[in-house]
Design a protein around this ligand. Structure first.
Ligand SMILES: O=CC(=O)O
Length: 334
C-alpha cells in the first residue's frame, strides 16, 4: 500500500523531532517552489500527488501567497487537510476550502498563543498609556528624556478597557488588565456565559467605542471585521482614547488611525500588527505617540514550540484518524 504524504510549507524551528516522528505513518515532503507560480506548477505537474495533509506557517505566504480559490483548486485531489501553525488564519480562504470537492479541512492553533499575545497586548497598553516610546527614542538619540520631555502619561488604574473580541486572547488580557486596576468591558457578536465573561461587562459595539479609555482589538480578520474601526468609529470614541492592536492590522483602517492620532483624537497607540506587513504606514513611524512592535505577539521559545507541537498534532490526527484536533469554527459542522 502506498504511504500517505505530509507536506511542509514553511519551516519548523522547534518541534523538529515531533515532525520527524511522523515518518512512522507518512512520507514527509517539502516544496521546491520559491514562489506562487512555481508552487502551482509543481501541483499541476503532479509532484505533490499523494499529499494528504499540509502543515503551513504564516511565513509560507512568501512562497504560496494567499490560500485562495485559485491555489486551492490547483492542490492535489489527495489533499484533504491543511494544518495552519497560527491562531489567525486570514491567509486561508476557508470558504474556498469548504467549496472545493472534496473539501479541504483547515485547522488553526488556538489557546497556545493566548498568554504570549496577551502579554504583548498588556505591554502595548502600558507603553502607550505612559508614552514610553517618546522617552526611549530620545534616550537612544542621546537626549535622555528629550526636549521637550514626553507628555505625562496616564495610569491604567481605574481606566475602562474595552476589549473588542473576547476570545482566548481577550479573556487572558482581561485577567492581566484587572491586575493593573482596569475595568473591563467587552463586545463580541455573542455574549459570553457568566463563567467565560468572569465579571467583564458585555456592551454593544457603539457603547464600547463611547465608554472605553483604552480600546484593544482582539478579533480575527475576516470579511466581516475588515476595517471595523475606521474614521466613523474614531469619531464615536472619547477624546484622548488609547488604541491597541495585536490582532491583524486590517481590522482597523490604518490611514484613519494616522489621522485620528494627528488630530489628537487618539492620545496614543500600541501596535503589533499592520495592514500591509512588513510595510508600516509612514504616519505611524513618524509619530512618537505610537509604540510599534513588528508582529512579535507569539515570539517566544515556549509559545513557538507549543504552536508547532499543536499544529503537528493536527497533522498526526489527520493521518491517523482522518479528523483534525482543532478545526476552524467555520467548518465545525462539516
Ligand atoms: O499572529 C499570530 C497568530 O495568528 O498566531
Amino acid at each position: 500500500m502506498t504511504r500517505p504524504k505530509a507536506l511542509l510549507l514553511g519551516k519548523i524551528d522547534h518541534a523538529t523531532k515531533t515532525w520527524a516522528s511522523l515518518t512512522d505513518i507518512a512520507d514527509l515532503v517539502t516544496t521546491h517552489a520559491t514562489n506562487r507560480r512555481e508552487f502551482i506548477q509543481e501541483c499541476k505537474d503532479g509532484k505533490l500527488d499523494g499529499v494528504v495533509v499540509a502543515y503551513r506557517t504564516f511565513g509560507s505566504f512568501e512562497i504560496t501567497g494567499q490560500f485562495d480559490a485559485e491555489l486551492v483548486s490547483a492542490l492535489p485531489k489527495s489533499m484533504l487537510f491543511l494544518a495552519h501553525c497560527g491562531a489567525g488564519y486570514d491567509q486561508v480562504d476557508v470558504h474556498a476550502c469548504t467549496q472545493r470537492n472534496p473539501p479541504l479541512l483547515v485547522s488553526n492553533v488556538p489557546t497556545a498563543v493566548d498568554d504570549a499575545t496577551a502579554d504583548v497586548n498588556m505591554f502595548l497598553i502600558l507603553g502607550a498609556l505612559r508614552n514610553f516610546n517618546a522617552g526611549m527614542h530620545a534616550l537612544r538619540a542621546g537626549q535622555f528624556r528629550g526636549q521637550p520631555a514626553p507628555r505625562l502619561g496616564h495610569d491604567p488604574e481605574g481606566k475602562v478597557l474595552g476589549i473588542l473580541g473576547m476570545g482566548g486572547i481577550g479573556r487572558n488580557l482581561k485577567r492581566k488588565a484587572e491586575a493593573f486596576g482596569m475595568k473591563v468591558v467587552y463586545h463580541n457578536r455573542r455574549k459570553l456565559s457568566e463563567a467565560m465573561a468572569a465579571g467583564a461587562e458585555y456592551v454593544g459595539f457603539e457603547e464600547l467605542l463611547a465608554r472605553s479609555d483604552v480600546i484593544s482589538l482582539n478579533l480575527p480578520l475576516n470579511p466581516h471585521t475588515r476595517h471595523i474601526i475606521g474614521a466613523a468609529e474614531f469619531a464615536k470614541m472619547k477624546d484622548g482614547v488609547v488604541i491597541v492592536n495585536t490582532a491583524r492590522g486590517a481590522v482597523m483602517d490604518e490611514a484613519a488611525l494616522v489621522e485620528a492620532l494627528d488630530s489628537g483624537k487618539v492620545y496614543s497607540a500600541g501596535l503589533d500588527v499592520f495592514e500591509e506587513e512588513p510595510k508600516v504606514h509612514p504616519g505611524l513611524v513618524r509619530n512618537p505617540n505610537v509604540l510599534l512592535v513588528p508582529h512579535m505577539g507569539t515570539w517566544t521559545v515556549e509559545t513557538q514550540t507549543a504552536m508547532e507541537e499543536w499544529a503537528i498534532a493536527n497533522v498526526r490526527q489527520a493521518l491517523e484518524r482522518g479528523t483534525l484536533k482543532s478545526i476552524v469554527p467555520e467548518q465545525a459542522d462539516l
